[in-house]
Design a protein around this ligand. Structure first.
Ligand code: PMP
Length: 368
């Protein structure tokens, strides 16, 4: 075998949900990648129509000023507290490279966003997966470093990553839980991935404002779910300027122009439409709650998902069989093969009509 083959990086890549060619057309109901069923705010369409393509001649702003200015306004924080990237995957990958270059293991739950393990593998980050409890809750005590007798030795970690709400369970931990972990780990950067935070019904759910109190906290959010802009690839991190400067140093060692100009302008347009944003989220939450009740009537158990998806299992049916039967009806949902969740399906919340069809199909499948 030629030597160069041995030099190829060995990785186990993340497997994204299927993006079928006919999506958005005809009968297909796509409930597999947690996209928003509603379009982005009309301000985004307006902005796109008016876009001056002459500006594409030039490289985009490296500081993504149009979008960072709007983010700073929306959250009432200085611009130096924001880092933007090409989706939150890009931001999280940058954060893994930046903050997890130590020798102690980085901690995250055994059941969570499976990309964390992929980045740890890619960037050679040592890591440990800590089991969720029987109710799929994160056990806070597992993330608190143990102080040994006589204060001599401390079991530390190289960092912590938590998705809140967690994926694919949708389970949300309150801010006090996050604060406990962040405050007890002053020697580690704690990344809180809030991809689904806008669908949480509890007020003041986000840890963004805790970043002003804790220098070791980085909160990551995305435009892909609550802002209906998965196709634009926009994500951002919020943290104190020292963390953001460290992220930028790594980013500028890799690719200075990550976010293209249209994404910067369209993202900024979305941030100016707060009313529409709130309305869309309220619709998704209402449909989530209605759908959960309908699925429970069919005998499904559902986690208390606070995200834009439901995580469901049925005592009398194999999740994989349901997945295949739904596929025949042109309904795509997501199944993960990991041990404890093999008999679960993750179902994105679509429109009311889409969810009605899903429930009707599942009812039919279960009767046969
Ligand atoms: N974090 C979590 C928990 C997710 O489920 C996803 C979506 N797959 C992401 C981050 C990445 O989303 P995006 O790159 O579209 O912002």
């Amino acid at each position: 075998m030629a030597g160069w083959r041995e030099n190829i990086r060995k990785v186990t890549p993340y497997v994204p949900g299927e993006q079928p060619k006919q999506a958005g057309q005809g009968r297909l109901i796509k409930l597999n990648t947690n996209e928003n069923p509603y379009p982005p705010t009309p301000e985004v369409a307006e902005c796109l129509k008016k876009m001056d393509t002459e500006a594409f001649r030039l490289y985009p702003n490296t500081d993504a000023a149009p979008i960072v200015e709007e983010l700073a306004k929306r959250f009432g924080l200085p611009q130096e507290c924001f880092f933007v990237g090409v989706g939150s995957d890009d931001v999280l990958a940058a954060a893994f490279q930046t903050f997890f270059s130590g020798t102690k293991p980085v901690l995250f739950p055994d059941i969570t966003y499976s990309f964390y393990e992929v980045w740890a593998g890619l960037y050679r980050v040592p890591y440990r997966k800590l089991p969720l409890d029987g109710q799929f809750r994160i056990r806070a005590e597992d993330y608190i470093p143990v102080k040994r007798e006589k204060g001599l030795k401390k079991d530390g970690n190289g960092g912590i990553v938590l998705a809140n709400p967690n994926a694919p369970t949708g389970i949300f931990e309150p801010l006090s839980f996050v604060e406990q972990i962040v405050s007890q780990n002053p020697d580690s950067v704690v990344i809180v991935d809030e991809a689904y935070i806008d669908f949480v019904t509890m007020p003041k759910a986000s840890a963004i404002f805790l970043t002003q109190k804790y220098e070791n906290l980085l909160v990551v959010q995305t435009f892909s779910k609550s802002r209906s802009m998965a196709g634009m690839r926009i994500g951002y991190a919020v943290g104190q300027p020292e963390l953001i400067a460290a992220l930028n140093a790594v980013k500028f060692s890799w690719n200075s122009y990550t976010m293209n100009l249209p994404a910067q302008l369209l993202g900024a347009a979305s941030l100016r439409a707060e009313e529409y944003f709130k309305e869309t989220i309220a619709k998704v939450i209402a449909t989530r709650e209605r759908s959960r009740a309908r699925l429970e009537e069919l005998g499904f158990s559902c986690t208390d998902s606070q995200a834009n998806f439901l995580f469901v299992t049925h005592p009398a049916a194999k999740a994989e069989d349901l997945l295949a039967e739904l596929r025949k009806e042109d309904i795509i949902v997501r199944h993960f093969g990991a041990d404890r969740i093999r008999n679960y399906l993750r179902i994105t919340v679509g429109t009311d009509e889409e969810m009605e069809r899903l429930v009707a199909c599942l009812g039919e499948i279960l009767r046969n």
